[in-house]
Write a protein that binds this ligand. Structure first.
Ligand SMILES: [Zn+2]
Length: 376
């Protein structure tokens, strides 16, 4: 068995105890008090790892972020470990969904997305320092606002990604597979204005915003193309005031996803130039692409091939896949940093009540991250 894996397997109980500490401290994206408490806990925790210097990066409107540095001996660019510590779960969820370990699986709010990934990352650093004895410059950012689109951590993440040699994102895996590509995500608001009139006395005097929007919705959904991976979904719509009034207003909220930057740009042009069909109706569109796609570049393919070899040495087969959802990995890739995403937990049920991680995979995944840091 590989020495790094042996060290991590011997510490499985300690790793699970850390995971319990991480999960039992609840961190909903919208609760600054709980998030800031966690940031301070995390800073103390990180400093227990040989040589770690934790710094709190204050944020207004979100929880504070944490940046931990381990200095190296050479002048090579650091490896950038990235993960978020916020979860989608409200305070108190832990009461009805307590952290538990049963049948080889750990459960609890945020255990898969992505507290286990963070714990694996910290233990990977430990293994690197204590087993391999390698002094590679490392930087580890734990941000507080990924689940709400990373509004206050975006600049921090992009800066560290620019400075880094490689980015390792500790987001959950895709059934064990790494995410070597992610779709970009757009969010748009379509507002339609018509002209109100009495539906019985003066139907011709009105212009129905609802009729206009109905056409637009069909047009938008028509852009979905499962071959190229582009999807358009009107997830919310509404309008009108009463059944007997020709509707003066209607609105829709639209989710757009695309695999390539070119396709995301093409869809943005389509969304931004939506036009009304009926005279007297007006269409106004707000929003845009909030996450760029993470394309599978040549560099990503090489990184993946290397990770696959390391995984084979550790004793498991590593696969890769395309994720339909975005993450901070998209931000790193968009500034040109070679990025491997989905290096975190194996499990399932992200954002769902059956959220869980597979315990036997924890030392192996942590060993993979440690070996990547050692060999890149
Ligand atoms: Zn996540």
């Amino acid at each position: 068995m590989h020495e790094t894996l042996r060290f991590l397997e011997a510490h499985t109980d300690d790793i699970l105890e850390d995971l319990r500490l991480f999960v039992e401290r609840e961190t909903p994206s919208t609760d600054k008090k709980l998030l800031d408490d966690f940031a301070r806990f995390l800073a103390d925790y990180a400093e227990t790892i040989q040589g770690g210097r934790a710094e709190i990066v204050p944020a207004v409107g979100s929880g504070d972020h944490i940046r931990i540095r381990w200095d190296g001996e050479g002048s090579e660019p650091p490896i950038f470990l990235l993960g978020h510590y916020d979860t989608v779960w409200a305070e108190g969820t832990i009461e009805r969904m307590p952290f538990s370990i049963r049948d080889g699986v750990a459960t609890g709010p945020g255990v898969f997305d992505m507290k286990c990934g963070l714990v694996q990352g910290f233990w990977a650093v430990r293994a690197l320092r204590e087993v391999a004895g390698t002094r590679r410059p490392l930087v580890f950012v734990c941000n507080s606002d990924e689940e709400v689109g990373s509004p206050t951590s975006r600049a921090l993440i992009e800066d560290e990604a620019r400075a880094a040699g490689t980015v390792l994102v500790l987001e959950p895996s895709l059934g064990g597979a790494l995410k070597t590509a992610r779709k970009g995500v757009g969010r748009y608001y379509v507002n339609v204005t018509g002209k109100p009139s009495h539906a019985g006395l003066d139907p011709e005097g009105g212009v129905s915003a609802i009729e206009e929007l109905a056409h637009l919705i069909l047009e938008l959904h028509g852009h979905t193309d499962h071959e190229t991976g582009t999807t358009v979904n009107v997830g919310v719509m509404g309008g009108g005031t009463r059944y007997n009034v020709v509707a003066a207003e209607a609105f829709a909220e639209v989710d757009v996803r695309a695999v390539t930057v070119a396709e995301a740009e093409r869809m943005d042009v389509i969304l931004s130039s939506l036009k009304a069909r009926h005279e007297g109706a007006e269409v106004r569109v707000e929003g845009g692409m909030i996450w760029p796609p993470m394309e599978r570049t040549q560099k990503t393919a090489e990184l993946f091939a290397h990770a696959k070899e390391l995984a084979a040495e550790i004793g498991f087969e590593l696969r890769e896949g395309l994720a339909g959802g975005a993450s901070d990995g998209c931000l790193c890739a968009s500034v040109g940093a070679p990025t491997l995403d989905g290096l975190g937990a194996v499990g399932g049920g992200a954002h769902a009540i059956d959220e869980h991680v597979v315990i036997s995979s924890i030392p192996k995944r942590a060993a993979l991250v440690a070996r990547l840091m050692e060999t890149l």
